[in-house]
Design a protein around this ligand. Structure first.
Ligand code: SF4
Length: 361
């Protein structure tokens, strides 16, 4: 695609849509998983699905960090508050119900010190300004956000702060890809790969996808960019010539960000982690290294995430693995709405259920 073409131009989008229609074999169904929650929301918002032929299907995957946070991890937010600490959190987490139906907003209304921050690093100022309180940052995120959380821990140590810790539930994508690839019931032609994660990892993250005979195309978030990526995946599927294509080079270099990876490796090591809907995945989490143990809230407060099943009736797990669409959940748009969510997929601004509720009902 010509890099000068405006990424939101309707005519260009229509042309790419026509190219997909011409390329797609009418005797075949193409299944493409978008892995990133930002893609899920951008696809829904732009009405992109209506520009695809019926036999080209986009399926949402486990790429929203709030949504993959397991129920056992969420419940630890509440246990932590019961230890009397103050927490700092991204806003989305405040509305996710714990197993007893209570949210962090409810807790705050009853006097708990729950602070919304826009960057993990904002926690430093909270801790510095209030030396008589202990602040724990609720650390969720993939390879994209984790370097900033690592930077928070490093900076806290440099400053010698003793009243700050991090609950690290950060996760990494490779094990999730492995799980999806090993699912015999899930046929996929290719993946629309997350630009944000690639900005850190580089495109080599997707080599296992190619080895498994799937297309892997990194795309931006504008309609023309996403359509162009779908076109590339359909072509690769037809030619059975699978390779990684980075169509987001205007933002994401193929090699990713070596500095960010270095910071990650300094602070974290790979650990097993519980994912909502996917269960416990080996080496899919980021735990805090021994050198920074004083900043590890799990160790400091002796907490352990339990493998707790989702709230009764919530089917986030199946939504996250592309097995069902949000409308197939009996609670969708009835008991579960963005105003009164049951599961994180309806809470998060990148959640599949929230995207379908807002744009695809
Ligand atoms: Fe869970 Fe609500 Fe989505 Fe159903 S609609 S899967 S209850 S978040």
């Amino acid at each position: 695609m010509n890099p000068n073409i405006p990424f939101r131009d309707k005519e260009t989008a229509l042309k790419v849509s026509q190219s997909i229609k011409k390329e797609a074999d009418t005797h075949k169904t193409y299944k493409i998983m978008e892995v990133c929650g930002t893609h899920t929301m951008a696809i829904a918002r732009s009405g992109l699905k209506s520009m695809l032929p019926e036999n080209v299907e986009l399926i949402s995957g486990p790429g929203c960090p709030v949504c993959v946070t397991s129920q056992g991890e969420i419940d630890l937010f509440f246990e932590l508050l019961d230890c009397g600490v103050s927490v700092a959190s991204f806003g989305d987490l405040l509305r996710i119900p714990g197993s007893n139906g209570e949210t962090l907003i409810d807790k705050r209304a009853r006097g708990a010190d729950v602070n919304v921050v826009y960057s993990p690093l904002d926690t430093l100022k909270l801790a510095e300004d209030n030396p008589d309180k202990h602040y724990t940052f609720l650390g969720i995120g993939f390879e994209t956000t984790a370097p900033t959380i690592a930077a928070l821990i490093m900076e806290a140590k440099e400053k010698g702060l003793k009243n700050l810790s991090v609950l690290s539930f950060c996760k990494t994508m490779p094990a999730a890809f492995d799980l999806i690839l090993s699912d015999k019931d899930m046929y996929l032609d290719g993946f629309l790969c997350p630009g944000h994660v690639t900005a850190v990892t580089g495109v080599q993250l997707y080599e296992p996808l190619i080895k498994a005979g799937k297309a892997a195309v990194v795309a931006g978030f504008e309609p023309v960019e996403m359509l162009d990526a779908v076109y590339e995946i359909v072509k690769q599927a037809n030619n059975k010539n699978f390779h990684i294509v980075n169509k987001y080079r205007r933002v994401v270099p193929d090699i990713g960000n070596a500095n960010a990876r270095e910071i990650l490796a300094k602070v974290f090591y790979e650990s097993d982690a519980f994912w909502r809907g996917l269960g416990e995945l080996k080496k899919s989490g980021l735990a805090i290294r021994q050198e920074y143990i004083e900043y590890d809230a799990l160790k400091r407060f002796d907490l352990k995430p339990k493998n707790i099943t989702e709230i009764k009736g919530c089917k986030c797990g199946q939504v996250l693995t592309g097995k069902i669409k949000p409308q197939d959940c009996p609670l969708f748009a009835k008991r579960c709405t963005p105003e009164d969510p049951v599961g994180p997929c309806m809470v998060s601004g990148e959640g599949t259920c929230a995207a379908y509720y807002k744009f695809l009902r």
